[in-house]
Design a protein around this ligand. Structure first.
Ligand SMILES: Cc1ncc(COP(=O)(O)O)c(C=O)c1O
Length: 440
């Protein structure tokens, strides 16, 4: 049964409903492969939207889920606690190092971001300092993507994803996203003094009293085009946040859980954020679960007898025990691997991407690798609404014929497979790209 979007009862997201594209009907998954109803295997080159970091249906995660499901399926996390929630929170805090002392659960990346934003605003209110009472706005970056709920959308770059909802936006101040592989300020690494944050500092000099925080995806703007930037940008950002009394909120929904080679990308920059959002790989892509990490200083402002100083935010499925059990198994796998899989994959991706770039020097621009992320641009990006660049869709369809699933972001082709993807599957992606590039 292969349908096109308008024939299903399901409203397929991010899809033109009148397109005649066939939908892949997936019936099972294992490791780096998804299988269709005929048993054909497809390499999941993007780890199902960057979640399936240990491969699909990992036996240790499935076993943790099965065990937990028969013991305690769900309970509300208000006025009660359960062992999987407590144990996972402790593991996350250990992984995060730094000054965090609380984990606030939710069930997707957008919510984890929303929670961070609300905690940031309330932190300044709870402090009860008149001069901080207007700190309700946020500093954001043009290429950022923090999710599709209204608050998360609001702090994302103003793009095709959210432009139609502009009227719903609360005030933020957007700055050009740092991009160290193609610097908008035409700097080279040797001459760069992180000038990309100069205008942000100017804004803070004038208006820091309006801002609760700055939110950024550390080291890589993911959905905004796999744009990489150096640790020194984060280091200066942390310095500016401290200097001007605004919170540093990191969105590690994509980068967290090892994607850049450390548990969290901020650890590569050796900085201490105030709030961190994480999701995606937390359960190894098995169940929806997200978390917002809260530093001690922030949490302490909520320690008050005054009920209005409490954080009134909860989701029905918050801290679901089965999802927490999957999270524990996923973190244990990450720790026992010691990020070796990511280090190995990084070398494989470098070989892969630079080999391909040599083969198609006219077509492949800006080949780059960071941890378990490989990316390049195919031909020239179009100026506006790059995501809608038809080259991405054409490439995706061509690759499907070779049983490879990639989802280019317009002309940006990227590979973010499970960390333990086998050499054969990687080679299959390589061969498929070669074939597709020859045809296109
Ligand atoms: C960096 C980042 N933040 C937030 C989100 C939103 O997460 P979710 O789709 O789980 O709401 C995403 C999703 O791609 C993301 O990449």
């Amino acid at each position: 049964m292969i349908l096109i979007p308008k024939e299903t009862a399901v409203w397929i997201p991010l899809t033109i409903q009148t397109s005649n594209d066939e939908l892949l009907n997936v019936t099972r998954a294992s490791g780096e492969y998804l299988f269709d109803e005929k048993g054909e295997a497809y390499v999941d080159g993007v780890a199902s939207w960057w979640t399936s970091i240990h491969g699909h249906c990992h036996p240790k995660i499935i076993s943790a889920i099965t065990k937990q499901a028969s013991q305690l399926d769900h309970m509300m996390l208000a006025g009660m606690i359960h062992a999987p929630a407590e144990s996972l929170a402790k593991k996350i805090l250990l992984l995060a190092e730094g000054d965090f002392n609380k984990v606030y659960y939710s069930d997707n990346g957008s919510n984890a971001v929303e929670i961070a934003l609300k905690i940031a605003v309330q932190f300044f209110k709870n402090n009860g300092n008149e001069s901080e009472s207007k700190k309700e706005s946020f500093i954001t970056f043009s290429a950022s993507y923090h999710g599709d709920s209204i608050g998360a959308m609001n702090v994302s770059g103003l793009t095709y994803f959210n432009r139609i909802f502009s009227a719903l936006r609360f005030p933020t101040k957007e700055f050009i996203a740092p991009n160290c592989k193609s610097c908008p300020f035409l700097k080279k690494p040797e001459t760069c003094g992180v000038e990309c944050l100069d205008s942000l500092e100017e804004e803070l000099k004038e208006n820091a009293s309006q801002y609760a925080g700055v939110i950024i995806e550390p080291l890589v703007f993911g959905a905004g085009g796999m744009i990489f930037f150096e640790t020194k940008v984060l280091i200066r950002l942390e310095f500016l946040c401290h200097s001007y009394n605004i919170l540093l909120i990191l969105d590690e929904v994509f980068t967290g859980m090892g994607r850049t080679g450390k548990a969290f990308a901020y650890q590569l920059a050796n900085i201490k954020p105030d709030l961190v959002a994480m999701a995606k790989g937390l359960t190894g892509g098995s169940l929806p679960l997200a978390a917002t990490l809260v530093s001690k200083r922030i949490y302490e402002s909520f320690l008050s007898e005054d009920p209005y100083a409490s954080f009134f935010h909860a989701h029905t499925m918050t801290g679901n025990p089965i999802a927490c059990a999957a999270g524990i198994a996923s973190i244990d796998l990450l720790i026992s691997d010691g990020y070796d899989s990511v280090s190995k994959l990084k070398l494989q991706l470098e070989d892969f991407i630079f080999r391909l770039a040599k083969q198609f020097p006219e077509k492949i621009k800006n080949p780059r690798v960071l941890g378990a992320i490989g990316a390049f641009e195919w031909e020239e990006p179009i100026a506006d609404d790059e995501y809608l660049n038809p080259i991405g869709k054409r490439l995706k369809q061509e690759l499907l014929k070779h049983k490879v699933l990639l989802r280019p972001l317009g002309s940006t082709v990227y590979i973010t497979p499970p960390y333990n993807i086998g050499a054969r599957a990687l080679e299959q992606i390589y061969d498929a790209l070669q074939e597709a590039f020859r045809l296109l």
